[in-house]
Design a protein around this ligand. Structure first.
Ligand code: UDP
Length: 394
């Protein structure tokens, strides 16, 4: 027997789940598949002794868009967590983002005027008129001390590239201000869903059929086999594909580059408070991880013992290559792509893949991987809602 669906959703991350929810509200039938053994993609959280562990890196929800805040609040209660990371550089401790607390600790100054003078003195010696890359952007915003101690090492670890080869926009994500304000984000709304992110995805996917541990190509092949064998099988009109666009096209134009992370998780039953903050960044190059997350602090210390995760940035390789890589470089490799590397080479290649995508009218590409964009969660929801609206209007 044939079971027919309007959409096959590939990937149950935030983008796929929001899209699915919207289409279902409009009377469409969706079937969702995910290659992992759980839903939620990278926002998946797992309960460990009452602590919501962000399994794929810290996710702090923030937005200035009231519509998006109201939307996401339908699926969970958000607490009043405000992200205020600490940076460790050698034996020095600083507040992030770059603000008066940071400048005061760096230079022993008190007023915004003193901080501005200090930064101006440093900038004046650099003669940068139009910042062309991340290094120039950071230097011309913050001066040499902030760049050398808090940006250069962290960024080069995170991206595995020289700061001069990275786009300036990456650093523009971070606020830079002359007030004593440690809030990492400028957005109007911010918080962590009480009880974790997985519940949001589960609610979004209510009424959608979900199959886990299955990859797109295998799923398509399997349905053809089932049909040929006269067994029950699934068909669909359209695909919403949230995986890597280059993988979809078998890398035929070349591979887009992605940055990945290796997570080292440690459950500490006898420790109540490991680092006193949810996020502590290690900004010097010599320490191989970029940050340590202590998950319980996202929910103000609730839960027994503590769980910490060290994040090691690594280069991403396609799974097949990953299996054979002999760790020849200093870095380990990982098969999960987390961050698109939006430099010129990759952005140009992506445009070419988008041209190919246009020739597949029944496939919609979206999400951080499908759109090859360094998206925050609110932007992912916005994009998914837009796509859903376009589909509904068709
Ligand atoms: N960054 C930095 N020092 C820090 C934290 C961040 O230089 O202590 C830079 C770095 O280039 C990083 C970018 O700011 O890639 C964006 O940081 P964010 O915290 O937004 O990264 P995400 O949470 O997306 O990993």
């Amino acid at each position: 027997m044939r079971k027919h669906y309007d959409y096959l959703i590939v990937g149950t991350g935030l983008y796929g789940s929001v899209f699915s929810h919207e289409m279902k509200k409009n009377g469409k039938k969706c079937y969702a598949i995910d290659k992992r053994n759980h839903v939620g993609g990278n926002i998946y959280t797992r309960n460990v002794r009452g602590i919501q562990v962000h399994e794929y890196g810290a996710h702090i929800f923030h937005t200035s868009n009231t519509k998006i805040w109201d939307y996401v609040s339908e699926f969970a209660d958000f607490n009043h967590y405000v992200n205020s990371p600490i940076a460790v550089y050698k034996d020095e401790i600083y507040n992030l983002p770059f603000n008066m607390n940071t400048f005061s600790r760096l230079w022993g100054i008190k007023t915004p005027a003193e901080a501005k003078t200090k930064i101006q003195e440093q900038i004046a010696q650099l003669h940068i008129t139009e910042p062309q890359n991340l290094e120039e952007q950071a230097l011309s915003l913050a001066g040499t001390d902030v760049y050398e101690k808090l940006i250069k090492g962290y960024t080069e670890k995170q991206w595995g590239r020289d700061c001069r080869e990275l786009p300036a926009f990456i650093i523009k994500r971070l606020p830079f201000r002359f007030t004593y304000d440690n809030n990492y984000f400028n957005d109007r709304y911010q918080g962590i869903p009480i009880g974790g992110y997985t519940q949001i995805i589960e609610k979004l996917l209510e009424g959608t059929e979900v199959a886990l541990n299955v990859k797109y190509r295998d799923f398509v092949k399997k349905q053809m086999e089932l049909k040929a064998q006269g067994q029950d099988y699934v068909t669909w009109d359209k695909v919403l594909y949230t995986g890597m666009i280059d993988e979809y096209f078998d890398y035929r134009l070349g591979s887009l580059e992605y940055r990945s992370l290796r997570f080292e998780q440690e459950v500490m039953p006898d420790c109540d408070n490991f680092q006193g903050n949810a996020v502590v960044n290690y900004t010097e190059r010599e320490i191989p991880f970029t940050r340590i997350i202590e998950h319980k602090h996202f929910e103000f210390g609730k839960g027994e013992g503590t769980v910490i995760t060290r994040e090691y940035p690594v280069e991403w390789r396609p799974e097949d290559k990953c299996a054979f890589s002999e760790n020849d470089t200093a870095e380990c490799t990982s098969s999960e792509p987390y961050y698109p590397v939006n430099n010129e080479r990759n952005d140009t290649l992506f445009v070419k893949y988008k041209e190919l995508a246009k020739k597949e009218p029944n496939v919609i590409f979206g999400g951080r991987l499908g759109a090859y964009k360094y998206y925050d969660m609110d932007k992912v929801i916005e994009a998914a809602l837009d796509t859903a609206e376009t589909e509904i209007e068709k």
